[in-house]
Design a binder for this molecule. Structure first.
Ligand code: X8Z
Ligand code: ZN
Length: 673
């Protein structure tokens, strides 16, 4: 995947991010050799940027090819090549940045000035110029990503058959409601990250050195400089947006706590009224969709059992393939048949997602996408399963990399990933430095905007769910389903970078990495572990984006922006009903509006792009609140008489205590209506 998108789209370690400038003193040198070209004193700023764009385009596929290999085929050789390719890229980037200094204060086109700004922010991993330190940095990052991708937990280390990787451990949280089995799976996955702690500590030192050389206070400030506003302003924006949606999250939290208590009794009670980390159906408590069986408001009202439908389609495909096979049925053959059926089901799900984009008038995915994509987890090797979208060459070689299973979460993730892919394709004609999202939150919001348009009616039209009844109960069920994914996510989307910003600026020291992590989870999410998690653990490392060094504020912003985009596309489609019932599936006017936005890439400040689409220049969560109006009202009714909220300062591992009259377990939340 292209670095430019990496930060925008995800994962690769050389991710290029948005923009904003930093002042650095001009360099006196008049001519120097670069890795791929020569800078001369006569070269104008415009010529310089044209050259950088050419060189970038040329070197880029070497980086993505190496990173694709090391992500889809984890071993020492691929990791070595990937680290080396990253090293070359980051050295070249540092060289371009150095060369760009000669143009400071000179006349140049607006386009060139913006390109130079983008160049200075072209990585999420600012690298020191010292070659030894640069090599050390890329090796560390490659190793951490490899550790995550190959992470395995064995109940009995002496017996390989007891070993499980992330996917299997997640299955437990998804499907098994046994308290202890969930705790074991949760604990088990968190055993993979303590070995990363030392590497991560050194990683922080190295990127901070790089950031310092580039003129930033630390790597976190550099990340926050990529939003066409000051680092202080974007941090304040995230606070403002969070304060808009927090009351809704608190209602969802309160209701979920009641339902978990009904299911598990006292065992679901954690000190301070927080939710036990291992009982939320998700390893990181970022998406509570798997808790449907625990929290469903109304049984049988408007069945939206997408996972059930996908699973039974998979079973059908599997049965067909078995029936077609008349030869030997030895274990290897049976395993191959299972693999083929998984692949076929995953491709079908992806076709379905492509169909939505095509229905809007966007192009079909190129054949090469279908040839090169990794749809499922291979049996014979370790891969990084965390979903990602890749632009290999900025000229149409687009791919996704997933380990798709037939369930709702993966189904919507495919729509998410194709959002990245359609962004890539839409801006492939722009100069490489502009081939990025308007900001990284835009990139993350595209596919999710489409997911919002996957209404019960749409799901019915693609025959994934039964005919939908129109009733108040069905509406609340549908809203709850969305809220478990979208509202539960918001504080998680915020807390990860609150942690990293603190780590990078030194306010969180290595000796308190884990404590600070859980303090932030308590503060924002109201979630706590049921047992002590001391500094012998490194729980941040068990979340992909930490070892993968992918900035996370983008996802928080995306979870707000996607509702703004959705509302605008509904307007473009001429829709006038309640927001939550709108689907623009098949609407070419909405598609044209989307495509126009995508094709702008990073060529102008995001505020201008947002204005063209929505009419406003600010990110704003009022569309979130409008969408969830019916659910919010319902939740407030359900929570009546409850003391909502939580006390983050309560010791995470302490047993729950009855609140006293003087000291309630949480601050009461006034009904929000
Ligand atoms: O990492 C992702 C995508 C790829 S950009 C699968 N997401 C975040 C996560 O999984 O933590 C999407 C939502 C949040
Ligand atoms: Zn994404």
């Amino acid at each position: 995947m292209k670095p430019v998108r990496a930060l925008l789209a995800l994962s690769i370690t050389a991710a290029v991010i948005g923009l904003a400038g930093c002042d650095r003193s001009p360099t006196p040198d008049t001519e120097r050799e670069t890795a791929t070209g020569t800078a001369t004193a006569e070269e104008t700023a415009d010529q310089f940027i044209a050259r950088v764009n050419d060189e970038f385009m040329e070197m880029y596929p070497q980086l993505t090819a190496a990173q694709w290999l090391s992500s889809t085929y984890i071993n020492d050789d691929s990791q070595l090549l990937s680290a080396k390719a990253n090293e070359r890229y980051l050295a070249q980037l540092n060289s371009w940045i150095e060369q760009s200094k000669r143009f400071e204060g000179q006349q140049m086109s607006a386009e060139t000035a913006r390109s130079i700004q983008l160049l200075k922010l072209a990585t999420a991993m600012p690298a020191p110029t010292d070659p030894a330190k640069l090599a050390e940095l890329t090796q560390i990052v490659t190793r951490m990503e490899g550790l995550y991708g190959s992470g395995t937990y064995c109940t009995d280390p002496a017996d390989e058959s007891t070993c499980r990787q992330l996917g299997e451990l997640e299955d437990v949280l998804r499907n098994n409601r046994d308290y202890d089995a969930q705790l074991e799976a949760w604990r088990g996955w968190h055993t993979i990250s303590p070995p990363m702690r030392k590497d991560y500590t050194r990683f922080v030192e190295l990127v901070n050195l790089g950031a310092d050389e580039m003129g930033f206070a630390d790597a976190g400030e550099m990340w926050r400089s990529a939003y066409d506003m000051s680092p202080v302003e974007i941090a304040a924006e995230t606070d403002r947006l969070w304060s808009q949606v927090k009351p809704l999250y608190e209602q969802l939290h309160c209701y979920t706590r009641t339902r978990l208590t009904a299911r598990y009794g006292d065992k679901a009670q954690v000190a301070g009224g927080m939710l036990p980390a291992h009982l939320l159906g998700n390893m990181w408590q970022q998406d509570w969709g798997n808790l449907w069986d625990v929290v469903a408001p109304y049984e049988g009202a408007g069945s939206l059992d997408i996972t059930g439908a996908l699973e039974s389609r998979y079973q059908q495909i599997h049965a067909q393939k078995l029936a077609q096979h008349t030869g030997d049925r030895d274990p290897a053959t049976l395993a191959q048949i299972e693999q083929d059926a998984q692949e076929a089901a995953a491709r079908q799900m992806t076709k379905r997602a492509e169909d939505f984009y095509v229905s809007l008038g966007l192009t079909k995915l190129p054949d090469s996408y279908w040839e090169n994509t990794q749809f499922i987890k291979p049996r014979d090797r370790d891969v990084v399963c965390h979903a990602s979208a890749w632009d290999m060459n900025m000229r149409g070689d687009v791919r996704t990399k997933m380990c798709i299973k037939p369930n709702e979460e993966d189904f919507t993730t495919i729509y998410h990933e194709l959002g990245h892919v359609y962004y890539y394709l839409a801006y492939n004609d722009l100069p490489p430095l502009f081939q990025a999202g308007a900001h990284d939150g835009f990139h993350e919001a595209i596919g999710d905007t489409i997911v919002l348009a996957m209404t019960p009616k749409y799901l019915e039209s693609i025959e994934l769910v039964d005919a939908q009844q129109q009733s108040e109960e069905a509406l609340i069920n549908a809203q709850m389903r969305m809220a478990l994914a979208k509202i539960a996510f918001l504080p998680f989307g915020l807390m990860i970078d609150r942690w990293r910003w603190g780590v990078f600026d030194g306010s969180i020291e290595p000796g308190e990495y884990n404590q600070a992590w859980w303090d932030l989870k308590a503060k924002y999410q109201g979630v706590a572990p049921v047992e002590a998690r001391g500094e012998e653990f490194f729980d941040p490392g068990s979340k992909y984006h930490v070892p993968g060094n992918t900035p996370y504020t983008r996802y928080f912003l995306a979870h707000v922006l996607q509702f703004q985009f959705y509302k605008s596309l509904c307007d473009a489609a001429g829709y006038t009903g309640p927001l939550h019932q709108c689907s623009f599936y098949g609407n070419k006017a909405a598609g044209a509006k989307l495509q126009a936005m995508l094709s702008k890439g990073a060529s102008q400040p995001w505020q201008a792009t947002l204005k063209e689409l929505t009419g406003g220049e600010k990110m704003d969560a009022s569309a979130v609140l409008e969408y969830f109006g019916p659910l919010q009202e319902w939740l407030v009714q359900q929570n009546e008489g409850q003391t909502c909220g939580w006390q983050p300062s309560a010791t995470a591992a302490a047993p729950a205590e009855e609140p006293t009259a003087e000291e309630p377990a949480g601050k009461p939340i006034p009904n929000q209506g």
